[in-house]
Write a protein that binds this ligand. Structure first.
Ligand SMILES: Cc1ncc(COP(=O)(O)O)c(C=O)c1O
Length: 366
């Protein structure tokens, strides 16, 4: 199995820890262990006694119970905990797909959502988002994307990198389409609960039935990427068992301190999400002002959820722009070419407290 280099991760590897202003991060502002433990009386003392042996491979029973409570219809036995969402994507594809299978993938997308399938020998059809329509997907395009060998649809909403949030009617129709055509629906929901208007939050795919797998993680909405705790929620127990069995060949089980901290975090996830949405909304006002002042240089579709947007550079080449910006001003933007985008877009991160200072630097450069 050959996996092409993960372009976005290789780009970050070059800059993430030596650039002063990260203006393209996909996650929300993190916090220290001490700050997280302060959310719950007695948690700091309990953390001292966490046992550092191997943990239960499926995830600790109490953590799985906490995660199951995030959905309407799931039980702990529907939840499988991984070391990050990345491991979950990898093992879902290894468990569900075989060489020659075809999948339909939301495009543009986080690279592993198609790359692992390609590595297995699958064919990938792109379900393209329409920028002119708020980066929306058109459910009516699905029948034309179908092939006799189609096994799964891979969707990501709220979306990295555009911040697109599918409408309830379209999500219902998508789930119906997957069920009627006997397809798996892998729903990357790592930005769920970061909707700017909570009234627009979608039900989780897992709550639609056994065709669906919902993907979650502590990294994004809750700002705790360093925990490396992700999970799948699915009532498809055949698939669940296959993923669980494959995990014996990757991480076997999760980090005990991380599982403890993730459980604390998820018990207080509303407060964490509220804190991070506060940062995002404050930053959005700064960005709105920047783009109003530089309307001849950029256009963008304002996101509806999550901690990212995907503006378009109207003059010059976006790779050269990002390269020159980081060299001259120490501000990191991510060219859309890392997503195979050809429209001169770049990824803008909205979840970090340092955004106003980074934008000040960007303004000076412009
Ligand atoms: C849409 C999406 N899915 C999955 C992941 C993987 O998450 P993690 O790095 O926490 O494993 C990311 C990370 O950027 C992402 O943006």
């Amino acid at each position: 199995m050959y996996l092409s280099p993960f372009k976005l991760e290789r780009y970050f590897a070059r800059y993430e820890f030596n650039t002063e202003y990260l203006l393209c991060s996909s996650d929300c502002e993190a916090m220290s262990v001490a700050d997280l433990l302060a959310f719950e009386a007695g948690a700091a003392e309990k953390f001292q006694n966490v046992w550092l042996g191997y943990t239960e491979s499926l995830g600790s029973p109490t953590l799985r119970k906490e995660i199951a409570g995030m959905y309407s219809t799931t039980q702990p036995e529907d939840i499988l905990v991984f070391s990050g969402a990345g491991e979950a994507i990898y093992l879902f594809m290894m468990a569900a797909l075989q060489a020659g299978d075809h999948i339909i993938v939301h495009s543009p997308h986080y690279q592993s959502l198609s790359e692992v399938a390609k590595g297995i020998g699958c064919n990938v059809g792109l379900w393209r988002a329409h920028e002119e329509n708020g980066w929306a997907l058109d459910v009516n395009e699905l029948p034309a994307l179908m092939q006799p060998s189609t096994k799964a649809i891979i969707i990501n909403t709220p979306h990295n990198p555009t911040g697109y949030l599918m409408s309830r009617a379209d999500f219902d129709a998508l789930n119906r389409f997957a069920q009627e055509n006997n397809l798996l629906l892998f729903s990357d929901e790592v930005y769920r609960e970061s909707e700017f208007d909570p009234a627009h939050r979608l039900p989780a795919a897992v709550d639609y039935g056994t065709h669906a797998i919902s993907l979650g993680v502590t990294s994004k909405t809750y700002g705790l990427a360093g925990l490396r705790i992700g999970w799948t929620a699915t009532k498809n127990h055949d698939l669940y068992n296959k993923m669980a069995s494959l995990k014996d060949y990757t991480t076997i089980c999760n980090s005990a301190p991380s599982e403890f901290l993730a459980e604390v975090a998820l018990r207080h996830r509303e407060k964490l999400a509220e804190r991070n949405l506060g940062i995002i909304k404050h930053n959005l006002a700064v960005i709105d002002d920047l783009f109003t002042r530089h309307s001849s240089l950029f256009t963008w579709v304002r996101p509806q959820a999550g901690s990212m947007g995907f503006p378009k550079l109207l003059k010059g080449d976006v790779e050269e722009f990002c390269d020159d910006l980081v060299k001259k001003a120490g501000v990191l933007l991510l060219p859309g070419t890392m997503y195979e985008d050809t429209g001169n877009h770049f990824r803008l991160g909205l979840g970090r407290k340092s955004l106003p200072q980074a934008v000040e630097k960007l303004r000076g450069y412009l």
